[in-house]
Design a protein. Structure first.
Length: 140
């Protein structure tokens, strides 16, 4: 076939073949240690449950732990389990645990704002910007 891919092709059609088919998920056994994702997830769930007990009993305390939103407790336990499992690995990307810690903070801030004023976050933002009495009531 003659011609150019960038114009001036005179002999059409241009047929391209590849001898080996693509195996997009060929290395999944190495990534998942030859287990199904549900099996791997069940293992992490056990680690998260153990970490939740560790945080409740030895780090945060039972009273404060009970005061946290259930979603916050889950985010904190999951983040801490991943962090502790990989803290000595300089090549590990700690973005996922950082995001989970941030989610815990977000859940607690949302819960605090909802308790102090029964408004959505967007409505609270608008009120804080436009109404000084609301700002005084929320901020103190």
């Amino acid at each position: 076939m003659g011609g150019s891919l960038y114009g001036g092709i005179t002999d059409l059609p241009l047929i391209v073949t590849h001898s080996a088919p693509r195996s997009w998920f060929g290395d999944r056994a190495a990534l998942l240690e030859s287990r199904l994702w549900a099996e791997r997830d069940a293992g992490y769930r056990g680690q998260t449950e153990r970490m939740a007990a560790e945080l409740r009993d030895n780090v945060v305390g039972r009273t404060l732990w009970a005061a946290l939103d259930p979603g916050s407790r889950l985010f904190l336990a999951s983040a801490e389990a991943v962090f502790r499992a990989h803290r000595d690995d300089p090549a590990f990307d700690f973005a996922a645990p950082a995001v989970e810690y941030a989610k815990a903070v977000e859940v607690e801030v949302n819960a605090l704002l909802q308790r102090r004023s029964h408004e959505t976050l967007g409505a609270l933002r608008h009120l804080l910007l436009k109404d000084a009495s609301v700002k005084q009531r929320l901020v103190g």
